[in-house]
Design a protein around this ligand. Structure first.
Ligand code: SF4
Length: 285
């Protein structure tokens, strides 16, 4: 069985020391290992941002896509080879901003992939601009007088749009986060795991301590993960109290289940060949 460190390459992470990404990375590798997965059984898509750079230090099938485009690439991989465990990885900017349209519509497809969002409520790699999840009133480089917009609520959007597994974790509790990742990977259908991932360099408000004072676990509240109305309401809770855990889960046929062309045999197994695209490429010269 692969150990967590088997999912490392020889490249050392370039994240700032103390960044919340380290806890997420560790929890994720442990989840893959405890699921009995080997590196060649996992495909992961990345985009642009501090988390996007992690394409270099994940030992698995990786695809470094454009900003906000991890989800459609992951969907394509899953439909081509459904035997792979497919993870789309993104930040809150790419996942909910540039890639917002992909996120919205992939929820309702229920394609069997896991979407992991490093939510630090800021654009970190580009040195601190407001993102879709930046809290109202927060001062950033692009909102020097304070953010005047309401933040995007990814969990409520995912539930309303038909995602069949919706959860939130916190990198300050890697054991809990690991269990969420395992459940999301096991789930058949589209899973969103929104991860509270403090950016210690550019977000001085939503710090580890700020979250630690606020987060509480849904499972400690005897939570019913099948109650959609309650999940929608709970997913809107933010501020003095912030729930983490699995908010909602339902069982529904996946996108692939409904395609007879790939239901019993993956495209890879069918030996689908790519034709000669030279003439097509000539059009773009
Ligand atoms: Fe982490 Fe922020 Fe540094 Fe990026 S800028 S590596 S999110 S602490």
């Amino acid at each position: 069985m692969a150990k967590p460190q088997d999912f490392n390459t020889k490249v050392t992470p370039t994240w700032c020391p103390g960044c919340g990404n380290f806890g997420l990375w560790q929890a994720f590798k442990e989840a893959l290992s405890e699921q009995g997965l080997e590196p060649h059984q996992v495909a992961m898509t990345f985009d642009i941002g501090c988390c996007g750079n992690a394409a270099n230090w994940h030992n698995l099938y990786g695809f470094h896509s454009l900003h906000g485009r991890t989800v459609p690439v992951a969907l394509g991989i899953k439909l081509t080879n459904s035997k792979l465990t497919v993870i789309a990885d993104s930040g809150d900017g790419g996942g909910y901003g540039e890639g917002g349209n992909h996120f919205l519509h992939t929820c309702r497809t229920n394609v069997d992939i896991t979407f992991v969002v490093h939510n630090n409520q800021i654009y970190g790699l580009t040195t601190g601009q407001a993102s879709p999840t930046t809290d109202t009133g927060m001062e950033t480089k692009t909102t020097p007088a304070g953010q005047i917009e309401q933040p995007f609520h990814p969990l409520q959007v995912a539930i309303a749009q038909g995602a069949t597994f919706v959860a939130r974790g916190f990198t300050g509790d890697t054991k809990h986060l690991k269990e969420i990742f395992k459940k999301a990977i096991q789930h058949k259908g589209f899973s969103l795991v929104d991860v509270l991932q403090p950016c210690i360099t550019w977000n001085k408000e939503n710090t580890f301590d700020w979250y630690r004072k606020r987060v509480y676990k849904l499972e400690d509240q005897n939570w019913d993960i099948k109650n959609k109305d309650q999940a929608l309401l709970k997913a809107g809770e933010w501020g003095q109290k912030i729930p983490i855990g699995v908010f909602y889960q339902e069982s529904r046929p996946t996108y692939g289940d409904k395609l007879p062309q790939i239901k019993d045999k993956t495209l890879i197994e069918q030996g689908v060949k790519v034709g000669d695209i030279t003439e097509f490429l000539e059009e773009f010269k």
